[in-house]
Ligand binder design. Structure first.
Ligand code: 2AM
Length: 561
């Protein structure tokens, strides 16, 4: 179990003293940082209770030794269609496979963070919990599946876990625990800015980078961090606190016969309803819970019949923004009822498209504007609309960095890099190339990019062409999906170039995939498996194992959403 202390800046590992095994292993499997923050809080609770705990990010966990665990606590989120967070994919796969060992001496507990508006709510938590029990582990505490507003559940659970573990583990002497605590917290790298305490930065540039005739509106956005000292690395994401469109707020208020100046309470603070709707509550994304609750309030027959049809309810919530639901089934609500119907607004994460080696005090992101028509009205995504349509130059915007140690350039500058990023998935690769350019990294680089049309949708075209000319970019393969009769996607290009892709892998290439999780990333993975099988001469199982080993070795990394 030793040797898994992560050296990465900002990693959150409690290094155990080499002479004694940590009594408790706390595994954090996080996608957007919430699971990690909760695991860190639990670690601090356990240390304060004089318990020796080793907090490990799932991506660093040497899971083949899992049977040696005595006490294993898992905090995990779920993404997309019930998938585990990217950093826990290899662990999840191992546990679900026949290779998973018996857990005859392991007791465990699982906390799942999820979002009840998704069909596969907290699926990763359920998988881990169910499988650890199947493997023979003893369940210390019933699993918790928490919704977006998880704070209260999490606090209660932390208290229960500390109580259970205190009864199980002989406490260290306080001085020992304190030593572990100070040794573990990596204060040097921590920034004063966070999700809860964001930096107020200024909006510097908003440029449309798709053509006039494109079906897509993609913006290159630059934000000035000033002298904040806020640092990021290629692979990190930018968290953006956005505000809802005042016109949307006005529309909703009018439909509900509300004025907007009603006083409401949010987080213990009193403010006007219109302010709460604009700045503190989620207005653009509807959920099955909201539809069901609104159905009960409005007694609308169509909505009421949906309540018992899970699939139809899911579909309605996904395709009908809150304001359009209200328009279809109007009812008079008071301010309190409206507030309790809605969820708190959460920041959105965008993969960073710049390297500070080049952009210095700026951070760049690539934003696809979410926009669609419903019953003749154009609806726009909350955060993308805020960034693309409502911010003037020099306007204030609250941001923070969400570090992502699971999407990092190779440490070895000579290692080849294969980047697969259709659509706005291109963003982190712009940062990668800026960084490699700046570092004088000699490894080869290969980009696979795809979008509908060459003339309209070649994001950052000039920059890529310059990198090709300068020799930094060895190959660029482009999949214009709608420039011919049949669709061509990045995975088709990967298959066509399979022999060379395999050669690069043999030469130690690191493979990166960024963009759509549910379709693209799965299809690309299949293409990679096919390439490995065909050109590496392996059967399906061996190819699968090979890709898993690449993943564990950090040579296959994904930033998919
Ligand atoms: P399409 O919209 O023409 O189907 C970025 O969105 C690019 O990814 C577009 O060219 C889009 O093509 C393409 N795309 C859509 N589905 C995909 C999939 N399953 N795998 C790879 N690319 C896909």
């Amino acid at each position: 179990f030793w040797g898994m202390v992560n050296q990465t800046p900002g990693a959150t590992i409690s290094a155990p003293t080499p002479t004694e095994a940590p009594a408790i292993t706390l595994l954090s499997a996080s996608q957007t940082g919430n699971a990690r923050r909760l695991a860190e809080q639990l670690r601090d609770d356990l240390l304060a209770a004089s318990l020796n705990v080793n907090l490990v990010n799932a991506g660093d966990y040497k899971f083949k030794q899992i049977a040696q665990e005595k006490l294993l606590i898992v905090v995990t989120s779920t993404q997309g269609e019930g998938d585990p967070p990217e950093e826990a994919v290899a662990l999840h796969k191992f546990l679900m496979s026949k290779k998973a060992p018996r857990l005859d001496q392991t007791a465990f507990a699982v906390f799942g963070l999820g979002d009840t508006s998704y069909e596969f709510f907290s699926k990763a938590g359920k998988d881990f919990d169910g499988r650890l029990a199947e493997m023979g582990g003893e369940r210390l505490l019933e699993r918790v599946d928490a919704d977006v507003e998880y704070a209260a559940d999490a606090e209660k659970w932390r208290g229960q876990i500390v109580g259970i573990l205190k009864a199980r583990v002989p406490a260290e002497s306080p001085s020992q625990a304190a030593a572990t605590a100070t040794g573990s917290v990596n204060e040097v790298f921590s920034s004063p800015y966070s999700k809860e305490e964001p930096l107020t930065a200024s909006f510097a540039l908003n440029q449309k980078i798709t053509g006039r005739d494109s079906d897509k509106d993609v913006r290159h956005i630059e934000i000035e961090l000033g002298d904040s000292g806020l640092r990021y690395q290629p692979g990190d994401a930018l968290g953006v606190w956005y505000e809802n469109d005042p016109a949307l707020v006005a529309e909703l208020l009018a439909l509900l016969w509300l004025k907007g100046d009603e006083q409401v309470e949010i987080n213990g603070q009193s403010l006007a309803l219109s302010d709460a709707l604009q700045k503190h509550l989620e207005l653009t994304v509807n959920t099955p819970q909201i539809v069901a609750e609104y159905g009960r309030l409005s007694r609308d027959e169509a909505l009421l019949t949906l309540i018992n049809e899970k699939q139809a309810l899911q579909h309605y919530a996904q395709s009908t923004p809150i304001v359009d639901m209200v328009r279809q089934a109007p009812v008079e609500l008071n301010a309190e009822q409206l507030i309790s119907l809605l969820r708190p607004l959460t920041p959105r994460l965008y993969s960073i498209a710049s390297s500070q080696a080049e952009s210095e005090s700026e951070v760049h992101i690539t934003v696809g504007v979410v926009r669609y028509d419903i019953e003749g009205r154009t609806r726009t995504g909350g955060a993308s609309g805020f960034l693309a349509e409502r911010l003037e130059e020099d306007a204030e915007v609250r941001v923070f960095i969400e570090h992502n140690d699971n999407f990092r350039l190779p440490v070895n500058p000579e290692a080849p890099v294969i980047m697969i990023g259709p659509g706005t998935g291109i963003a982190p690769f712009r940062a990668f190339m800026q960084q490699r350019d700046n570092d004088g990294a000699t490894g080869k680089n290969w980009l696979f990019f795809g979008n509908p049309h060459f003339t309209e949708d070649f994001l950052y075209q000039v920059e890529w062409q310059r990198y090709v000319k300068d020799g930094l970019l060895t190959h660029i393969d482009l999949a214009w999906s709608r420039d011919q009769q049949h669709k061509v996607y990045v995975q088709d290009k990967i298959r066509t170039k399979g022999a060379e892709v395999w050669r690069w892998i043999e030469q130690g290439a690191h493979i990166y995939v960024c963009g759509d999780a549910n379709r693209m990333a799965k299809d690309v993975e299949q293409a990679l498996l096919d390439v490995v099988a065909e050109h590496g001469g392996m059967d399906v199982d061996a190819a699968d194992e090979f890709l898993s080993e690449l993943r564990i070795a950090r040579r296959y990394q994904r930033d998919v959403y």
